[in-house]
Design a protein around this ligand. Sequence first.
Ligand SMILES: C[S@@+](CC[C@H](N)C(=O)[O-])C[C@H]1O[C@@H](n2cnc3c(N)ncnc32)[C@H](O)[C@@H]1O
Length: 253
Amino acid sequence: MNLKDYEYYKDNHGVLYHGDCLELLKQMPDKSVDLVLTDPPYYKIVNEKWDNQWETEEDYYIWSEKWLKEAVRVLSQNGSFYVWNGIDRIVRYKQILDKLLIYKNLITVKTRKGFGTQKNWMFCREECLFYVKSEEYYFQPQYTKEKRAGNSDKFKSEFTRATNVWHDMRHCYKDSNKRKFHPTEKPVEMIGRILQASSNNYHTKKDLILDPFAGSGTTLRAAKDLGRKYIGVEIEERYCKIAADRLKQEVLF
Ligand SMILES: C[S@@+](CC[C@H](N)C(=O)[O-])C[C@H]1O[C@@H](n2cnc3c(N)ncnc32)[C@H](O)[C@@H]1O
């Protein structure tokens, strides 16, 4: 089968493939995408088939290394690479990626709801590693909605710059007014912040964003809204359908 056979949804901005990203990535040309931004399975955190595919944690890291290497191969020389995971798994991801790319940062996002047992501190964080392929990468500082204290410099923004700890993102919970399409759905605004920092939409060259674990299509939808191009891959048909429906909407509800 070639890439075309996996096409599930396509529009002027990009394509969503239905299939196993490891197989699909192998068919993509070297250095063909400008930004990889993805939220892979975490290993036995979510009670769904896609998060319980491996017998052992070690198997999960062996598999992770395979897709990470393929995703790095398809990343352009000036490209950036962002990958989400929980704090425990991100440590091993960093060890793998440190050998493949140039480490730039670790973003920590404070989530509103904590989880955990009575015998431990609650978890209320998500992590995102940021890497680049070379020092010739694009980066545009982002600003929060928080005003800077004592702002007297008219050349500086009146708002504070986004740091590597984000506490200003509203997460997608069932009881929030944000619709929940996927158990681990990321907020579009949060993905948008990364897209605006690390990709561009100059009309001469709209950057191509790759999300090999598209889920409900949050990265793809944010890319489309911000005038980037996208390639998504999702293994579960039900999530491909949700992602396609979101991509079709005029305005995202
Ligand atoms: C953590 S979720 C991503 C959720 C996404 N951030 C969102 O906002 O909806 C990971 C997704 O990867 C998909 N997945 C798991 N293994 C895959 C594989 N080998 N190839 C492609 N997709 C896969 C799962 O079905 C799941 O939807």
